[in-house]
Each structure stands twice: as C-alpha cells, then as structure tokens.
Design a protein around this ligand. Structure first.
Ligand code: BV8
Length: 237
C-alpha cells in the first residue's frame, strides 16, 4: 500500500492553550486592534510606529510561551509518517519548538524581520531586537529599515504553489484551530475535497467552513490531537 500523504493546516487555535491570543475569539487580538491599523501595507505606510509596536509586543511574547500537547502531537505525526506537509497560518515558532520540521509559514513569522530594500529576512530575537525602536538590516551597505516578516492582508501568502501541490495530491487533510475566515487558507479544504482527500477538522467550535469537512472533532486541540495522533499512528512502528 503506498504511503499515506498527509497535509496539516493549523491556525491560531492550536497556540491558544500556550497562551498566544487568537484573533477572533473573545479577547482576541482583533478586538483591540483594527486589522486596517496594524496588519496591512497601508497601515505600515501610514503609521509604521503603531504597526511596529504591535509586532514587537507579539515578538516579545514568544519568549514567554511554550508549545502545548497539540504541537508535540503533530511532531509525533511527522515522525511516524514519511509524507506530512505542515502548513501554518500562525506566525509564532511553537511548531518548531514542539519538534516539527519543515514548517511552511504561509503568513510569515515573528522570529524573522525583512529588509525593506532587499526583501531578505534575518532572525532578530536578541534582547536588543525586542525594544520599540526601529531596527536596521545587516544585508545592505547603507542599512535599511526592517519590517515585520509577516504577510499582511492584501499581500500574497508564502509558498502557495508548494501548498496547493501538497493539498491537491494528499490522502488526508487535517485543519486544527482555524475559524476559516482568512483566504486563501480557508479555501484549501475545498481543494482537498476536490482531489478526493479525507478531510478532518479539530476545532473548539464549528468554524464558518465546517460543512466542507468529512470528519469533525469539537474540543481543545491540546486534548483531542494527542489522542487522534495516537489512533492514527497506533499500528505504526
Ligand atoms: C491574499 C498575519 C491574494 C497577520 C494574517 C478571497 C480570496 C483571496 C483573498 C481574499 C478573499 N476574500 C478576502 C480576501 C482578502 C484577505 C482575506 O482573507 N480577508 C478576510 C478577513 C475576509 N486575504 C488576504 O489578504 C491574503 N492575501 O489573498 O492575496 C492571493 C490569493 C490567493 C493566492 C495568492 C494570492 C493574506 C491573508 C493573510 C493575512 N495575515 N496573519 C498577523 O498574524 O499579525 S491572517 C491571520 O488570520 C493570522 O495569520 C491567523 O492565523 C489567520 C486566520 O485566523 P485563524 O488562525 O483562523 O484564527 P482565528 O482567531 O480566526 O480562529 C481561531 C480558531 O481556533 C477559532 O475557530 C477557535 O474556535 C479555535 N480555537 C480557539 N482555541 C482553541 C481552538 N481550537 C482548538 N483548540 C483550542 N484550544
């Protein structure tokens, strides 16, 4: 039997039990900050300081949170199956710290910053990189200002062709902790269904694209996912 090809797409809900705020739940990030003010290119042009301080606060929070059982369960899944593509909408580094490798951050990452002149990104997580002053690149002769290495609304998500290739050829597509509000991520389950994949959702409540999933598990990812991965890998060495 050919090896099962699995794609996992995660959203903010998988990091919720680690203490990372989601976007659209009660006390979500978007309750305090209008998306247009902090997560669009226009916001950066209009008032880079407001945007910069919003992301610097979230970058500092990375030092205070730990991966939870759901992140570790996905790392276990990757260790038991050869073809697992892990795509995340999240910009935190909890999948990597939970043991996952080759994580596709389709909406960018908090750990890295991007040079506005060259477009190159560099990891900048030292103490001196986490204050509220702007930072400058190390890649240009005349250092240029760094921007958050984040895909804002209206910008093109990362590695979309790689993501579509994996989704259109997988046997099992699993979504964990996403409200299904943001595109094109929310469309991926439809591409998986079109290719005949089995589609599974693990989420605290029914998201707006719940009807697209063949199998739904409602509850906390930190509790459900370790059990599900145990079940899916029980007959594998
Ligand atoms: C683009 C970085 C063109 C910011 C983010 C139709 C087609 C294409 C585009 C659009 C379209 N309609 C509208 C658009 C434009 C827009 C869009 O989708 N707008 C929405 C709001 C209507 N999309 C874009 O602009 C995208 N770019 O389209 O370019 C293109 C198109 C196709 C191909 C190529 C190019 C760019 C979008 C990226 C924006 N950037 N992040 C930042 O992080 O600061 S999006 C942001 O939302 C985060 O990345 C987040 O991950 C993401 C999605 O949110 P969720 O992860 O789902 O989080 P949320 O809080 O909403 O939900 C959490 C869920 O977890 C809940 O359901 C909750 O119940 C559950 N939960 C909570 N606790 C737990 C739990 N589940 C399990 N266990 C728990 N313990």
């Amino acid at each position: 039997m050919t090896e099962k090809r699995i794609v996992v797409l995660t959203g903010a809900g998988i990091s919720a039990e680690s203490g990372v705020r989601t976007f659209r739940d009660n006390n979500g990030l978007w309750e305090e900050h209008a998306v247009e003010d902090v997560a669009t290119p226009r916001a950066w042009l209009r008032d880079a300081g407001v945007v910069w301080r919003f992301y610097q606060a979230r970058r500092r929070q990375l030092l205070e949170v730990e991966p939870n059982g759901a992140h570790v369960a996905l790392a276990n899944l990757q260790s038991k199956f050869e073809h697992v593509t892990l795509v995340t909408q999240n910009v935190d580094d909890l999948h990597e710290r939970g043991g996952s490798t080759e994580v596709i951050h389709m909406h960018g990452e908090l750990r890295t910053l991007r040079c506005e002149a060259s477009g190159r990104n560099e990891v900048r997580m030292q103490t001196q990189d986490l204050a509220d002053d702007f930072l400058f690149c190390t890649c240009c002769e005349l250092p240029s200002r760094l921007r958050p290495d984040i895909v804002w609304f209206g910008e093109v998500p990362m590695q979309m062709s790689e993501i579509y290739n994996a989704v259109e050829s997988c046997d099992l597509f699993i979504v964990v902790g996403s409200s299904g509000h943001v595109y094109p991520a929310a469309n991926l389950v439809h591409a998986a269904n079109q290719n005949g994949a089995h589609t599974v959702l693990v989420n605290l409540e029914h998201p707006i694209n719940a009807d697209a999933f063949k199998e739904i598990h409602i509850g906390k990812a930190g509790e459900l996912l370790p059990r599900l991965v145990e079940e899916w890998t029980s007959n594998r060495s």
